[in-house]
Design a protein around this ligand. Structure first.
Ligand code: FPP
Length: 255
């Protein structure tokens, strides 16, 4: 299925991704440029999250996955980690009702067991509240790492081998995939990273195998509707071949 932008918008993006995954980078540099503390950058970043969620839902994108905190982010100064945790809790407390009213289903991926009890409770409550919503899936990757994801999936398969349900030689990529986070969603069609860094940084490394990558120099707090539209237009212009030739893809599309 291919999504199209609703006809009542001025934006002319012919083909939309079903699933967009974003590394929201550059909050610190945004604050530094303004002689503000890093916290101010993260706070401004939350405003951008709100806007991008709104636009994505309006465009009827099926799923939006945002990298909020990587497994490696614990290495930041404790003060910054504490501030980020507080920001996650307060954002959830403030935003969840509105998300629910808009039919958005909120979900978290990553190892939540390392978060404080308050944050774990807010996460569980927000997932519980929105679990039956049929609108956009909003996925927050928190204490998430792509290698962690593959390891947790491998452990589940290994457990099955131990129980004798499967033999090691029977393991296929499809089987492992079933245990990788978000296996019930289409894999991201479009990956966006802001702030000029050209890396995947251990984000959904399994799921991004065939994803179109888009990098922009814009810092996350400045990433606005126009910048998002540029990314979507770039996606629409690409020919996705999934390992096939251009001619094969054209045949499938014209069939
Ligand atoms: C990267 O900027 C940003 C983060 C590590 C945190 C992302 C968090 C938010 C945008 C706010 C909260 C999100 C939600 C979902 C409520 P950076 O600090 O690495 O910036 P820098 O590279 O310029 O230092």
């Amino acid at each position: 299925m291919i999504n199209k932008i609703p006809s009542n918008t001025d934006d002319t993006v012919p083909v939309l991704p079903r699933h967009v995954a974003i590394i929201m980078d550059g909050n610190g540099r945004w604050a530094k440029k303004r002689f503000l503390p890093r916290f101010a950058g993260h706070k401004a970043g939350v405003e951008t999250v709100r806007k991008i969620v709104e636009i994505s839902a309006e465009l009827r994108i099926e799923a939006l996955t945002l990298f909020a905190f990587s497994s490696e982010n614990w290495q930041r100064p404790k003060k910054e980690v504490d501030i980020l945790m507080d920001l996650f809790v307060s954002s959830l407390e403030k935003e969840v009702k509105q998300l629910h009213q808009n039919g958005i289903r909120l979900q978290f991926i990553g190892d939540r067991s390392e978060f404080n009890q308050k944050l774990q409770s807010r996460i569980a409550e927000s997932e519980q509240l929105t679990r039956d919503n049929q609108g956009m899936r909003l996925v927050i990757a928190a204490n998430y790492g792509g290698k962690w994801d593959i390891v947790q999936a491998a452990r589940q398969l290994a457990e099955q081998v131990r129980q004798g349900t499967i033999e090691p030689q029977d393991i296929t990529a499809d089987m492992l995939h079933q245990y990788i986070s978000l296996s019930d969603l289409p894999e991201p069609d479009l990956f966006i990273r802001t702030s000029g860094e050209h890396r995947i940084s251990n984000f959904m490394i399994w799921q991004l195998a065939y994803t179109e990558l888009y990098f922009t120099n814009i810092l996350w707090p400045d990433f606005d509707r126009a910048a998002y539209m540029d990314a979507l237009k770039s996606f629409a212009d690409r020919e996705r071949r999934f390992g096939q030739t251009g001619e094969q893809v054209a045949k499938i599309h014209n069939a």
